[in-house]
Design a protein around this ligand. Structure first.
Ligand SMILES: O=P(O)(O)OC[C@H]1O[C@](O)(CO)[C@@H](O)[C@@H]1O
Length: 635
């Protein structure tokens, strides 16, 4: 408890400093501090850091060792543990407490703490990594100064300028950022106050936001809405983030008559993402059917002159806000993409920006121990051998942070999951992220985390304030509901560590716009630094294109299948075709499996009729169309 009250109360005797002098950690002999860590150093040295990036053929020793001891033989709490074990993690409570204090990072102004003590790297690991970190810091300095940090796409990477426009490499960009922020704040104020209103709503003002976008054009706004929207926001928000027609129908049905007072924000950096375009077309159809004029309720956030931008301009939508070429989708939460939806929900976006800016500042120090993003990157590198050998399980113990792990999934995996490094070597890098929230997940998969396959490290996100002041009560003597949540987090952290499962803990005082901005900035920078450590481009996503291209080919094949079936269905009598016949007439015998799937999908949606057989026996099928489209036949 002492450590926790230390965290909460500035007047307590335990005051960990933001700057932790090296002497503190070296006052005791480094060897006496973590004697068992020599094993891990040995493991570490066995496969040199630089080699481990590329050699995936050998199983990391840590994994094989971890499987040697049955989980049932290990105690469950730190206190009950032997002083050391043979898996390389310190278990002596006094040494652990010292490690905790020595390594604890505190950002006083943000009220944010980072505890890396339950990740077992030895001090020597940091020494060994130091040159790589200095190179990474140098890379980040150049990036912030406007270098082409995304070489494949020839782009600057400027999300850090969004919260500190003075850093932008020229005054044109600075003004672009400042003017956009001002314009969106004014627009949000005018919408909330009813100055800008929907043309035909009985309420006389906008009451709902429908955000249409996907990936980085949805995940940040979704996370922030869940984390920060007040219980009764000025405008409530809904999302269409997929091309699932049933999902879209559901959102529109839920709006019901309030469609007339819904501000539709279409978000797409490229302005041409198919899922987003489909969402827009579906929403526009709903507007037509309700007799509403979409343009009077539509807002676009996209790059200048994109397809979406041109559509919005030509159709005269209510407003358009720019997405900048030098901001990637997954780091766009502090651009109009994230700020406009947040402002419309009454979230203090200037506080979000302030939190992010403060965190950025802290992450510019070149002293790894004092740089929270670098500390995270260090832990990721250690825990996953610098090759993503372990997954990162993110567990916020706070319902409102539920979507943080989902948000981080894109930020981390789309950034780090790359086939080639910057020198063109095939590295198949990445770091898998998953998680929902604690303590809920304790009743789902924590069983496996503690006792099952050892393929992860955890990150706990702890929020000290349980609920607003004056609302707490003891549901049993001396214990509140929030104490249980706290206990669950601490218990799981201890139980995992007892079984050699490493964890990081990020602690914030409260979930506020400032702390959420800081968390986003912390992870953005950790990803940037880690990417530099492993020498990959974190700012492109070439792998996504393959799936998009293949989807396009499927739809093109479907059009050919439809034309063939139409031709056969226009015959008198109708000529039902086997799959082989369809494939042959499409000149695509090698695509017969895809043709089968296309036909099965069309049949399930009443767009093709099965004359003979059933979809469970593909060879038995004979298919035709219910209607012959003569126009198409001669088109
Ligand atoms: O904002 P856009 O251009 O519609 O892209 C949406 C998402 O699609 C991707 O390009 C690929 O998934 C993401 O990087 C991006 O956030």
């Amino acid at each position: 408890m002492a450590s926790i009250s230390g965290l909460c109360s500035p007047s307590s005797t335990f005051k960990p400093e933001k700057f932790i002098p090296k002497t503190l950690s070296t006052s005791a002999s480094p060897h006496s501090l973590l004697s068992i860590r020599r094993d891990s150093i040995a493991f570490h040295n066995k496969s040199k850091l630089s080699d481990r990036c590329f050699d995936r053929s050998s199983t990391p020793l840590a994994h094989s060792v971890a499987r040697d001891i049955p989980a049932s033989l290990t105690p469950t709490t730190d206190d009950a543990l032997p002083k050391s074990n043979n898996r390389g993690l310190e278990k002596d409570p006094r040494a652990l407490w010292k490690r905790y204090v020595d390594w604890l990072y505190q950002h006083k102004e943000l009220g944010l703490y980072l505890d890396v003590s339950r990740v077992g790297f030895p001090d020597e690991f940091l020494d060994e990594m130091e040159p790589k970190f200095q190179k990474a810091f140098d890379h980040m300095v150049k990036l912030e100064k406007g270098a082409i940090a995304n070489p494949d796409e020839g782009r600057m990477v400027g999300h850090y300028w969004l919260r500190n426009p003075k850093l932008a490499p020229n005054s044109f960009l600075r003004l672009q950022i400042e003017n956009t922020l001002e314009a969106l704040c004014k627009f949000a104020d005018d919408v909330v106050s009813g100055k800008i209103k929907p043309p035909s709503s009985p309420e006389g003002r906008f009451t709902q936001v429908l955000s249409v976008g996907i990936g980085g054009s949805a995940l940040g706004p979704q996370f922030v809405a869940e984390a920060l929207a007040p219980d009764n926001p000025p405008l409530k928000i809904r999302f269409i983030d997929n091309t699932d027609p049933a999902g879209i129908d559901h959102q529109i049905a839920q709006l019901g008559p309030e469609l007339a007072s819904t501000l539709v924000i279409v978000i797409s950096k490229s302005g041409g993402t198919p899922e987003t375009r489909n969402g827009l077309l579906e929403v526009q159809k709903a507007f037509r059917e309700a007799g509403l004029e979409f343009a009077k309720q539509g807002v676009a956030i996209t790059q200048e002159n994109s397809l979406l931008d041109n559509t919005a301009r030509i159709e005269g939508w209510v407003a358009r806000f720019p997405m900048f070429d030098w901001v990637g989708g997954r780091t766009s939460e502090m651009s109009a993409v994230g700020l406009l939806p947040a402002a419309l929900q009454g979230i203090d976006i200037r506080e979000m920006l302030a939190g992010a800016s403060l965190m950025d500042e802290a992450n510019r120090t070149t002293v790894v121990r004092n740089n929270p993003a670098a500390l995270l990157a260090l832990c990721w590198y250690w825990a996953s051998d610098g090759i993503g050998s372990k997954d990162m399980v993110v567990l916020p113990y706070k319902d409102s942070l539920l979507l943080f792990s989902r948000y981080l999934q894109q930020l981390v995996m789309e950034s780090l999951g790359k086939e080639f490094d910057l020198d063109g070597n095939r590295v198949n890098q990445g770091l898998s992220v998953y998680g929902n929230k604690g303590s809920t997940d304790q009743h789902a998969y924590i069983q496996q985390l503690r006792e099952g396959v050892h393929n992860f490290f955890a990150t706990f996100i702890e929020v000290l304030r349980d609920r607003p002041p004056g609302h707490d009560w003891e549901l049993e003597p001396g214990v509140t509901c929030g104490d249980y949540l706290f206990g669950m987090l601490q218990g799981t952290r201890s139980a995992l560590y007892a079984n050699d499962r490493e964890s990081i803990t990020v602690t914030v005082q409260e979930v506020t716009p400032r702390s959420v901005g800081a968390l986003i900035a912390l992870y953005e920078r950790a990803v940037g630094i880690y990417a530099a450590l492993i020498n990959i481009n974190a700012y492109h996503q070439p792998g996504v294109e393959a799936g998009k291209k293949a989807a396009g080919e499927v739809l093109a094949l479907q059009k050919r299948v439809l034309a063939i079936l139409n031709e056969a269905s226009c015959k008198e009598p109708v000529e039902p075709l086997t799959l082989e016949e369809v494939a042959e007439r499409c000149h695509a015998p090698e695509d017969i499996e895809m043709i089968y799937k296309i036909i099965a999908h069309m049949a399930a949606n009443d767009r093709a009729l099965i004359a003979e057989g059933n979809c469970g026996s593909p060879r038995s099928i004979k298919v035709f169309l219910g209607e012959c489209n003569v126009d198409e036949l001669y088109a």
